[in-house]
Design a binder for this molecule. Sequence first.
Ligand SMILES: [Zn+2]
Length: 418
Amino acid sequence: MSSVKNSQVEPQANKSYLPFEIISKDRVTQARAGIFQTDHGTVETPIFMPVGTHGVVKALTPAELEENGAQIILGNTYHLYLRPGLEVIQKGGGLHRLAAWSKPILTDSGGFQVFSLSHLGKISDEKIIFRSHIDGAELALSPEISMDIQNVLGADIVMAFDECTSFPCSYSEAQAALRRTHIWERRSREYFERLQPLYGHRQYLFGIIQGSIYPDLRAESVRVLTALDFSGYAIGGLAVGEPKEQMFTTLAQTAPLLPEKKPRYLMGVGKPEDILRAIALGMDMFDCVLPTRNARNGTLFTWQGRIVLKQAQYRLDFAPPDPNCSCYTCRNFSRAYLRHLFMNGDITGLRLNTVHNIHFFLELVKVARQQIVQGQYDTWLRNFLKKYPVEADHADENQLRRAERRRKHIAENDVGNN
Ligand SMILES: [Zn+2]
């Protein structure tokens, strides 16, 4: 299973479009069931993509990912560029071979992490200069560099380079970021088309709609970017600290403007209830660190709601985490045992929790897809939300502080239209 499929495609520049088909549409909501085809296999949508930040979905082997239904995983350009770096990845035969993952991979553009993690230097329309958060080395990212990195990573789906706004974001800030995003995505598109895939399989490019929470900017972004004719469209700049209902309002305004016949990806979302509500608004693809990160924090997602293992109520609870789950963890272990492992900080416990959470998220979108096909998504969603009530969550304080620092830095270092 570790071998990378070598397609019979003649080496050629990145000019083809991702084949995507809508199989079924819900009658009440905007939900769609679809399928897309890559050289590493097909992906049935709606789909959740486990996040492999450093080229591994933390705590899981590729065999465990496959067993639990993963069809496509995500890798982070910024992290992989810094460590292990492009030389190791290219000499290792690309990310698929290096990580022994034979199914599709999507990589992000690096833009979000460079703004949120690195120490930013000079920012211009040409490029971003930054210092690595690991060793302080001075590096640059631009649309062309991002496309080159993702070419070396060998992702099946490559994301255009954008400027992701944080929250809160004033109208004029969002407008300035959007102007630059459009320049960068156009350059991403033009440069990507001239690149040759390195490992014998095709690569496809998605654009990213920005515009913060402003409907006219979102609409403008859709107009500009759909004219560039990408293989699919992501909605970025949401789930960055804005109130939950603000996110859904923006999503409800933006999703219907996107081309019907291309896959739609909501970046960085999220919680089970948010994924399902976004599916109802017509979104097809999702990624989030939530199932893996929360597994390591001792939180399990089940069809009955969340389980927080450190709570004393599970000390003598010998039921499986989820009686309706068929994963390895639920087939073999009790809540009491998983709680014991968690309280001891045991590494096997973290792996067992991760197996269950990944299984649950993939089962969630699989069942959602079946419900769409059977024409009862709306009813099913309403029942599900009884177990996962929509939380009135508040913007994360840390996120707000980071946004403030970033805004100040950009105001001081942005060299404008150079
Ligand atoms: Zn399970």
